[in-house]
Design a protein around this ligand. Structure first.
Ligand code: ADP
Ligand code: ZN
Length: 723
């Protein structure tokens, strides 16, 4: 049989079935000897033949499941993804499993289990045990007193309870059984009366059969409402729905909204859960008990035995692409999976990714529109402030402050957006021009004044703030504006209007983001200041004014996607204004009011800008009009790094068909990061299939190079960032 083992080796491994002849099927986990270790693997295929002689094969030690943990469709998805993204299949399959199951835990939801004493366990003399092993004795005592305990009760005794229960089971003192799930009946919310546009969108999504649609609806237009209706239809037909949301979009409010509308049949999958919770939810998805599965990127690999509908909300969001290790795109896999399972896929966004838009324009996807907000809510008006006319002080111009004051005095909330945390991005010597740099990266240290530290936002290294220039001993001055400085300035200007700052620094502690968001919702906070964290998914009904302090840097980005990203972030943050009954206003400060991006975007809208930008992409042959793969490499030694990339290039030339262009090697825009030099080779092809044929051969050729072991390298298929 062929087994996927969680190692970075790009192959499956052959084993014999276990000696005890336990039946084994694809999708079951087995424990196998692997070198000197014993690892958990997943059987991918049961084959009679192997390329290795039978005598060389070892038997599996143990079969861990009585039924396949991964069904055939899921195995097929994972195998396909491993091949497409050029990643080892063992690691891909491991990534799809919750940690506990990956490590071999029983595939039974923990919260459904309970433990009780066997007659043998009841006969153990606790007094004796209390001297030798007091914790064990306490477990026994509690089990004796309560008759049976669930995981929660046992955890309350000691966090090491799993080990102890395993030991007790081994000794025959306890037995473990499954309890019936309790049905929690929750309060249900009534759906609102749908708008004409919502009805049309819902009607356009077929109940069954594969179809992909782009649901393009302006911010606040009721996309979520459309999802809820489609999900309810699937529920009524007894089918499951899988919903993917961006990393910071999976808020308790969203879950609450889903729960109150759909009932208690939700399984949530994201990184904020404990391993046990994630495992339970995964198993509830697999058993079909959970009819709605909602999660972040990796939920695309959730088991889906009664598939009905796949939804990707805010499909343009960068968090759907994993940026290290197994670099998959959950959005792209969603479409693949929809086709595989023959079910509808809905991709929703106010600012669709150009790839998706292109597919819709080419009629590969249906294109559904929600052009306005329901009821009296209107799209906010965007006003441009020309900073050449209105010189700002500390980043704030007079018209911006006047607009803020007007809204604050009317009792409404104002959202101030600046996507740069810290106090100031540079600490500069006014005498000799030296700035404080990170010692491990080609980057400046950011001043964090409250903590009196300099922090590198790329590698995380920190040091105490320097006061004097190391070159000429002049006093250093902070230059530029971050959210911390803006907070200081705004609290000075508006002392009567409480401010909350929401960025990664103020929300580091667990639960802190929730606390801050609550203060916004109950209107304690009047000014909401923050980074991109504030722009995603939140519904702040009392925000009537959005101030975009500075987004100019995005106008001159080096990546071919910079414009697309900037347009998306401007519209997403603008979309936070006027979501309630009161109309909203947006003020955007810029030194470049005539920039074509701003002009088209703000006067003609996202689709007009996208159309222009897509035309440019077509002329210059960038995605979606071409396909890219990056060979990313990093190494502490620059000479070794470039030697490898030159050799990789030389290896690629005879392997690549003539329509694959090879660009580089080139240093990344930020050449050194975390003490390592970074560079890359870019492969550019008009034909995806041709590129896919080339990649596995090329990868094998690179792996065979001597320097391949001295350099950290990986292939990034369909990269979304070119550095
Ligand atoms: P989106 O997902 O496009 O941002 P939502 O579905 O969250 O939009 O809707 C935005 C707001 O409008 C929410 O407060 C929602 O309850 C409300 N809403 C949505 N559809 C309707 C409708 N048909 N009638 C009244 N209110 C609606
Ligand atoms: Zn650094």
């Amino acid at each position: 049989m062929r087994v996927a083992v969680n190692t970075p080796v790009n192959t499956l491994f052959d084993y014999l079935p276990p000696d005890d002849h336990t039946p084994v099927e694809p999708g079951m986990r087995v424990r196998v000897p692997f070198g000197r270790r014993r690892l958990v693997g997943v059987v991918v295929a049961v084959a009679d033949a192997s390329e290795l002689p039978r005598g060389k094969l070892k038997p599996a030690l143990e079969v861990l499941d009585t039924q396949p943990l991964l069904d055939a469709a899921l195995l097929e998805l994972l195998t396909w993804a491993a091949a497409y993204y050029q990643h080892p299949p063992g690691e891909v399959i491991a990534a799809a499993l919750p940690v506990n199951l990956r490590q071999g835990a029983a595939a039974v939801p923990e919260k459904l289990l309970h433990w009780c004493l066997t007659p043998q366990g009841a006969a153990v003399a606790c007094a004796d045990l209390a001297r030798k092993a007091p914790v064990q004795a306490e477990f026994l005592q509690t089990l004796a007193n309560q008759g049976q305990c669930d995981a929660g009760a046992l955890r309350a005794i000691n966090s090491n309870w799993r080990k102890t229960m395993a030991l007790f089971e081994e000794r025959g003192w306890v037995s473990c059984g499954e309890a019936a799930p309790d049905d929690t009946d929750s309060v249900r919310d009534e759906p609102p009366l749908l708008t004409e546009f919502q009805q049309q969108a819902i009607a356009a999504v077929p109940d069954t059969g594969f179809s992909a649609c782009l649901l393009e609806g302006v911010t606040g237009s009721g996309k979520t409402e459309v999802y809820l209706h489609l999900i309810a239809q699937q529920l009524a037909a007894g089918r499951q729905s899988l919903v993917l949301v961006p990393e910071i979009g999976l808020t308790p409010q969203l879950l609450e909204r889903f729960r109150r509308r759909l009932g208690a049949c939700l399984a949530v999958l994201h990184s904020g859960l404990t391993d046990a919770q994630r495992c339970d939810n995964w198993l509830r998805a697999r058993s079909g008990e959970a009819q709605v599965i909602i999660g972040t990127r990796s939920a695309i690999f959730a088991p889906f035995p009664a598939p009905g509908l796949l939804i990707v909300d805010e499909e343009h969001d960068a968090s759907f692409k994993q940026q290290d290790g197994f670099r998959y795109s959950a959005r792209d896999l969603a479409v693949w999976r929809g086709r595989q399972l023959n079910i509808p896929v809905v991709l929703g966004s106010a600012t669709p990714a150009f790839e998706t838009l292109h597919n819709a324009l080419a009629s590969r996807y249906a294109h559904l529109h929600l052009p306005e907000r329901p009821g009296s809510a209107r799209q906010p008006e965007v006003n441009i402030i020309d900073l050449r006319t209105y010189q700002p002080t500390d980043g704030l111009s007079a018209p911006l402050l006047a607009a803020m004051r007007k809204h604050l005095e009317a009792g409404d909330q104002v959202l101030v957006y600046l996507n740069r945390r810290g106090f100031a991005p540079t600490l500069l010597c006014p005498e000799c021009g030296t700035s404080e740099e990170c010692q491990r990266c080609d980057a400046r240290m950011v001043l964090h004044q409250q903590r009196n530290r300099l922090v590198c936002h790329h590698c995380g290294s920190e040091r105490l703030r320097e006061l004097l220039c190391s070159q000429c001993q002049t006093e250093l001055v902070p230059v530029g504006l971050g959210t911390e400085k803006l907070e200081q300035r705004l609290t000075g200007l508006f002392p009567d209007h409480p401010l909350v700052r929401i960025d990664r620094d103020t929300t580091r502690k667990r639960g802190e983001l929730e606390r801050l968001l609550d203060s916004v919702r109950n209107k304690d906070a009047r000014i909401l200041l923050g980074t991109q964290m504030l722009t995603k998914g939140h519904d702040f009904p009392d925000v009537t004014c959005v101030a975009i302090v500075d987004s100019d840097q995005g106008l001159f980005g080096t990546d071919f996607r910079s414009g697309e990203r900037l347009a998306q972030s401007i519209l997403q943050v603008a979309g936070r204004a006027g979501r309630g009954d009161k109309p909203g206003e947006v003020w955007l400060q810029t030194w470049y009011p005539e920039h074509p991006l701003l002009n088209t975007l703000l006067h003609q809208g996202y689709d007009a800008y996208a159309e222009q930008a897509l035309n440019e992409r077509e002329q210059t042959m960038w995605p979606p009009f071409a396909h890219l793969t990056l060979l990313r490499a990093e190494c502490a030694r620059k000479d070794v790094l470039f030697r490898l990339l030159e050799q990789a290039r030389a290896a690629a030339v005879p392997l690549a068909s003539s329509d694959i262009r090879i660009l580089g090697p080139a240093s990344s825009p930020m050449e050194r990061r975390s003490g390592r030099y970074r560079a890359q080779l870019l492969f550019h092809a008009g034909n995806r299939a041709r590129l896919q044929q080339f990649l596995p051969v090329f990868r094998a050729a690179v792996a065979a190079l001597d320097d391949a072991r001295r350099v950290r390298w990986s292939l990034d298929v369909d990269p979304i960032e070119l550095f």
